[in-house]
Structures are given as C-alpha cells and as structure tokens.
Design a protein around this ligand. Structure first.
Ligand SMILES: [Zn+2]
Length: 72
C-alpha cells in the first residue's frame, strides 16, 4: 500500500463540525475549522465559558436593602 493517493494538493476535506455535527470544510480557506462557521466556533467557546461562569439569570444582584429608601 505504498501507492500515493492521487490527492489534490491542499484538497479540502470534509470533517464533522464539533458544534453542530454538520459538514465542515477542513481547509485553509475555512479559518473556523474544525468548525463549519464562526457561529459554531463561538457556540462551542460560549458553551464551556458559560459552564465555568454560570450567571444566575433570574436572581437579582444583591442590593443593600437596609432601609435606604431615598429612591422611593
Ligand atoms: Zn457547525
């Protein structure tokens, strides 16, 4: 099996996008590889980022409510 495959120079391979599982162009032209798009790339980064930084969305920030009712 020493026959070199007739691979086109810098042929674009198609890999599976880790983010959406779709086809991703693994080529120098795709700077988001192995992701298929910048959206998927940011999606993946945002995923683990939100895992580390869990922001309580429905919990209001702790505001000092010590009877300082100057705004009411
Ligand atoms: Zn994708």
């Amino acid at each position: 099996m020493s026959t070199p495959a007739p691979s086109p120079a810098l042929a674009a391979r198609t890999v599976t996008c880790p983010a959406c599982g779709g086809d991703s162009l693994y080529a120098p032209s795709n700077r988001f590889r192995p992701f298929c798009s910048d959206r998927c790339k940011n999606n993946d980064l945002g995923a683990w980022a939100s895992e580390s930084f869990r922001v309580p969305e429905d919990a209001p920030p702790d505001e000092p409510q010590f009877g300082d009712a100057k705004f009411r």
